[in-house]
Design a binder for this molecule. Structure first.
Ligand SMILES: NC(=O)c1ccc[n+]([C@@H]2O[C@H](COP(=O)([O-])OP(=O)(O)OC[C@H]3O[C@@H](n4cnc5c(N)ncnc54)[C@H](OP(=O)(O)O)[C@@H]3O)[C@@H](O)[C@H]2O)c1
Length: 232
C-alpha cells in the first residue's frame, strides 16, 4: 500500500491534561510530542526513568515550552498501576486524554507479569483496565477521551476464553488478542469503562498499521525475563 505523510492539524490543547502510556519510545513518544507542541500538559508514565528523561529531552527539542513530566509506571505490576493512580489522584488534576498506548508484542516464549497473568494480557489489557479504573474520578472530572492503541494483526487470533491466561495454548509465533485487537473498543465499552466516564466519548481504538519499532529489538527486562517482540 502506498505510504504518504500524515498531516493532521491538532487544535490548541492548552488547558488539556493528557496521560500517554508507553511514551518513552515509538508511537507514544511521537504522540506526546504532537500533544505537547499543541500546548497540552503531558504526563508520561514510564517504567524506565533513563528512557523517560531522553523522551522529555526529545519532546523539548520539538516544543521548548512543553509542559511535560514523568511518573513511574510498570503496567505488568498491578501494585505499580495502583501507585500511579494514587499519585495522580493526590495531584487532583482532571485528565482530558488518556492514551493507552504502551504494549508488549508477542514474546516468543510465554511470560508472566508479577501478578501471574500472561505478559501481554496482563500488560496490554489488565494493566490499562486497572489504570483507567484508578483514574475514573479524574477522567470523569475531565470528561475524558480514552483511546486504546490496537493492532489489526491481533485480530488473527481472538481472545481465548477457554484459556484466558494462555497457559495451555500460547504460541509465540502468533500475535493474539492478548495484544489489543480492534475488537477491544467493544471490549472496553461493553465492560463499562466508557460508560463509567460520565460525559466522555466512547473509548476509541486506533490501529496504526505496521511500523518497525522497538518490537524488533530486545526489550528491557520485565517481570524478570526479556521481552523481545516479533510483530508490529
Ligand atoms: N508498531 C506497529 O506497527 C504497531 C502496529 C499495531 C499496533 N501497535 C501498538 O501500538 C502501541 C505502540 O507500539 P510501538 O511500536 O510504538 O511500540 P514500542 O516502540 O515498542 O514502545 C512500546 C512502549 O510501551 C512501553 N511499555 C512496554 N511494557 C510496559 C510496561 N510493562 N509498563 C510500562 N510501559 C511499558 C515501552 O516502554 P520501554 O521504553 O520501557 O520499553 C515503550 O515506551 C503498542 O501497544 C502496539 O501493540 C503497534
Amino acid at each position: 500500500m502506498p505510504r504518504r505523510p500524515i498531516d493532521i492539524t491538532i487544535p490548541d490543547l492548552r488547558d488539556t491534561r493528557a496521560v500517554v502510556t508507553g511514551a518513552s519510545d515509538g508511537m507514544g513518544l511521537g504522540m506526546a510530542i504532537r500533544l505537547a507542541a499543541a500546548g497540552a500538559q503531558v504526563v508520561l508514565p514510564v517504567r524506565n526513568p533513563r528512557k523517560g528523561e531522553a523522551a522529555l529531552t526529545k519532546i523539548r527539542q520539538h516544543a521548548p515550552d512543553a509542559d511535560v513530566s514523568l511518573r513511574s509506571l510498570d503496567l505488568s505490576s498491578l501494585a505499580s498501576v495502583a501507585a500511579l493512580g494514587k499519585t495522580l489522584l493526590e495531584e487532583g488534576q482532571p485528565i482530558h486524554l488518556l492514551l493507552n498506548n504502551a504494549g508488549v508484542m508477542t514474546p516468543p516464549e510465554r511470560q508472566a507479569t508479577v501478578d501471574g497473568f500472561e505478559l501481554q494480557f496482563g500488560t496490554n489489557h489488565l494493566g490499562h483496565f486497572a489504570l483507567a479504573a484508578h483514574l475514573l474520578p479524574l477522567l470523569r472530572a475531565g470528561q475524558a477521551r480514552v483511546t486504546s492503541q490496537v493492532s489489526i494483526a491481533a485480530n488473527q487470533h481472538a481472545i481465548n476464553w477457554d484459556d484466558l491466561n494462555w497457559e495451555r495454548s500460547y504460541n509465540g509465533r502468533k500475535p493474539t488478542a492478548s495484544r489489543r485487537s480492534p475488537s477491544d473498543s467493544s471490549l472496553w465499552n461493553s465492560t463499562g469503562v466508557a460508560r463509567q466516564v460520565v460525559g466522555a466519548s466512547p473509548v476509541i481504538s486506533p490501529t496504526p498499521g505496521s511500523l518497525l519499532r522497538a518490537c524488533s529489538r530486545p526489550a528491557p527486562r520485565s517481570a524478570g525475563t526479556r521481552t523481545p517482540c516479533w510483530f508490529a
